[in-house]
Write a protein that binds this ligand. Sequence first.
Ligand code: 13P
Ligand code: SF4
Length: 334
Amino acid sequence: MDAQDRTAAELERTYARLDQPNVYSAEQCAVMADTIGRIQALKRERHAVILAHNYQRPEIFEVADFVGDSLELARQGQQRDGEVIVLCGVHFMAETAKILSPQKTVLIPDLRAGCSLADSVDPDELVARRDELRALYPDLQVVAYVNTSAAVKAVVDVCVTSANAVQIVERLPTDHILFVPDEHLASYVQRETSKMVISWNGNCYVHHQITPENILAVKEKMPNAKVLVHPECRSDVIALADAVLSTSGMVRYAKESPAQEFVIVTECGLSDKLLLEVPEKSFYKACKLCQFMKMITLESTERALEKMQYPIELDEAVRQGAERSLRRMLELSA
Ligand code: 13P
Ligand code: SF4
């Protein structure tokens, strides 16, 4: 066991704040503490790093070398030493790490950790739509949210994340944009930039479920709370926001703001993260659960390192095409 590993009792005390006694019982915390110790040993043996998305289960953060949003994970994958990256997040995040670091072994612990938003756009349909629109707007550029497959990234002009979408679209040397696949992020970018943004018809099932009524009901009880909204939310929800931010943007805002109460409008994992990291402030969960993110567990992470499963493999031409779009994003958001 590593010196910094926490005991079962410490884990139980920490997670009490989440008010989920069945998930974080004394017995469960004892099992978690043992698994965490074994994962740390396997990481050393395999020269591996674990990168985790902000929506992951809190116990995953115990073994993670870095926790962040999609943009930060893309950057960290390239910067970290180590022969193996275990990506505790969803499939497109692991693909992004592999696209940018092809020499490393990149593992996703559970192949069911996909993303229905990423699955809503197919490269052939996208190319057909792009060609149709280019006949009308010859300067059209195609912008893909990073929540897309490598095959889609390979046929677009640039990628963006929730943290840099507005900035990058504004910087593109064109007036016409086809933005895929998230219609809500597309309309947010349309409102925040001077460009004409044509959207795809995808959305994230988690954020799409959140309604203005959900937020208004909380605001009635907590009128001074700051409302932090992810840009994958509907525009009538974004209209109620004090700030529209990526997941890591929300963490920074909550830590730095003088406000004491916040309504966190995104996937539930982020509210849990804030409850644990900023115990002196109050966070209300106006959130829904992402079943894909929650597929990753300590057990599947241990198995990933033990059996080196499941490695991301990409066709080299697709990887190079996707790398071009991701590198352009990293340059434009530097
Ligand atoms: P962030 O890049 O803001 O972390 O968002 C990722 C995501 O999948 C949101 O649903
Ligand atoms: Fe995909 Fe939505 Fe889950 Fe994010 S929250 S991984 S966009 S399904």
